[in-house]
Design a protein around this ligand. Structure first.
Ligand SMILES: [Zn+2]
Ligand SMILES: [Zn+2]
Length: 123
């Protein structure tokens, strides 16, 4: 099980299953959305996600018309993303997980954008 919450604490969730895999994404959209050099994500079945509080704080932003990036409208923490054509899969943003174990990333996307001072993923 993992628990996550946004920076201000308004949005809190838990996932009852173990997180099986995680991904680092260096794409430009993720970098700008997170304000960081990569996003650390895990795709999970939506049915495993339980919002504990904060439904009223969730805001969706569509930078591309298929993909919603969902964040806390109070503190701007990214919570998850999903695609309209894959509505049953949520891609959690793992930086906001505060409890539970997350496996090391096994997939690395858009590593050509990886800055040279980082060496987490081979190109
Ligand atoms: Zn918040
Ligand atoms: Zn990305």
């Amino acid at each position: 099980m993992i628990r996550g919450q946004c920076l201000c604490g308004a949005v809190q969730y838990q996932v009852h299953r173990e997180i099986e895999m995680s991904i680092l994404c260096f794409c430009q959209d993720c970098r700008q959305a997170q304000g960081s050099v990569f996003a650390w994500n895990s795709p999970i079945p939506k049915q495993n996600f339980q919002l504990l509080q904060g439904a009223d704080f969730l805001k969706e932003y569509f930078h591309t018309h298929q993909k919603a990036r969902v964040f806390c409208m109070n503190c701007a923490s990214p919570i998850y993303s999903y695609r309209l054509d894959l509505p049953d899969i949520l891609r959690l943003r793992l930086g906001i997980v505060i409890e539970g174990d997350i496996p090391a990333p096994i997939e690395f996307a858009y590593t050509e954008n990886q800055p040279h001072f980082l060496c987490v993923a081979a190109e």
